[in-house]
Design a protein around this ligand. Structure first.
Ligand SMILES: Nc1ncnc2c1ncn2[C@@H]1O[C@H](COP(=O)(O)OP(=O)(O)OP(=O)(O)O)[C@@H](O)[C@H]1O
Ligand code: SF4
Ligand SMILES: [Mg+2]
Length: 328
């Protein structure tokens, strides 16, 4: 697998929410005791329905919001313990690409200046000419014309705007990019172009990606490994080949069954999950997926399944397999 660049241990994020009349404190369990490793130069896809905690995980990892508990080691150093001054230098190496590039670009600033701004703010370029040269190189790298420098965000298409935000994320020469629904707002053909761009940048710049999406077909296309999340927990984690050749978790099975496959010509049976994702506020003690699982058993209602390694590198959280390890 290579060298570990991130080691995430029991990472937890709760959001406090007040509860109506009695104002009793309640907590949204957005991310719960999540542990996994990220290897240098890999793409780890993070997939799950809306509300499964993907974005919160990405934001906590980058210290954009504070964790409730847990550790994150970046190149062996626990970054959760660092104050903002100590984290300053490392922050450059961990960047994020968001779903809506329009929201992160100032409409009144030329896009070239927008891309150059972090260079000046972080004192990486000492003069304007040097920053401008770097921006032209980046525009070329992400497939935009040099004339784009002088134009404003509204003059670009959605796909072009996403190229701009990728250039902006790359300007500080990061090591890890967290891409949160980075192609979700784009047409399928444009999605493919941006995914190809991500792939070529990864090779050219030796980047590591955490690629967050609710769409498993997108994640499958780009990822070396896939982590399936449900209600703040990891349900399954394995290489893309492992997940698709031998699916263990019923939730992953349902996600895979929903991917359209033209070769199957309608013969593929889709697993329809009944109901919505369970409330993340004070979730029940058993398996968090038990309310919607088509393989649920009595034990699932009261005993919380642990994440176990069912095959080398293939982790699953489900009582169907925990007996193998004598956990049930
Ligand atoms: N600032 C916040 N305050 C309270 N609850 C929050 C906050 N941010 C997120 N949550 C809750 O945390 C849970 C996880 O949210 P998150 O945005 O991480 O999910 P997601 O998997 O990224 O979903 P989506 O696919 O819709 O982007 C949700 O129940 C959400 O409502
Ligand atoms: S533990 Fe039970 S409810 Fe949860 S996924 Fe496995 S079979 Fe379904
Ligand atoms: Mg999200």
């Amino acid at each position: 697998m290579g060298e570990k660049i991130l080691e995430v241990r029991d990472l937890t994020k709760y959001f406090e929410v007040s509860n109506g009349l009695f104002r009793k404190k309640k907590y949204v369990h957005a991310v719960e005791k999540v542990s996994f490793d990220v290897y240098k130069s890999e793409t780890l896809g993070i997939v799950g329905e809306s509300g499964s905690g993907k974005s919160t995980l990405g934001r906590v990892l980058l210290k954009l919001i504070k964790q409730t508990s847990g550790k994150v080691f970046y190149n062996g150093q626990d970054i959760m313990q660092l104050n903002s001054k100590e984290f300053g230098k490392i922050r450059r190496e961990l960047q994020m690409v968001f779903q809506d590039p329009y929201a992160s670009l100032n409409p009144r600033i030329k896009i070239g200046d927008s891309i150059a701004e972090p260079l000046i703010a972080n004192c990486i370029s000492t003069n304007y000419a040097e920053a401008k040269k770097k921006v032209y190189e980046l525009l070329d790298l992400v497939g935009l014309q040099p004339e784009s420098y002088e134009r404003y965000p509204y003059e670009f298409s959605g796909g072009q705007r996403q190229r701009i935000s990728i250039a902006r994320a790359l300007v500080l020469e990061p090591k890890i990019l967290v891409c949160d629904e980075a192609v979700s707002a784009l047409d399928v053909s444009v999605q493919a172009q941006i995914l190809n761009l991500f792939n070529s940048l990864k090779k050219k710049l030796d980047l590591t990606y955490l690629f967050i999406s609710h769409d498993l077909s997108v994640v499958k296309h780009i990822s070396d490994r896939i982590m399936v999340m449900y209600l703040g927990e990891i349900m399954e984690l394995a290489t893309t080949d492992q997940i698709f050749s031998k699916t263990y978790h019923p939730y992953t099975e349902a996600l895979i069954s929903a991917i359209p496959d033209p070769a199957e010509r309608g013969r593929k049976k889709r697993i329809i999950l009944e109901g919505d994702i369970t409330s993340p506020i004070d979730p029940p003690p058993g398996c968090r997926f038990s309310g919607r699982c088509f393989k649920t058993m009595e034990i699932c209602k009261y005993q919380h399944p642990e994440l176990i390694e069912v095959e080398p590198g293939h982790f699953v959280r489900c009582h169907l397999y925990s007996e193998r390890k004598g956990d049930c």
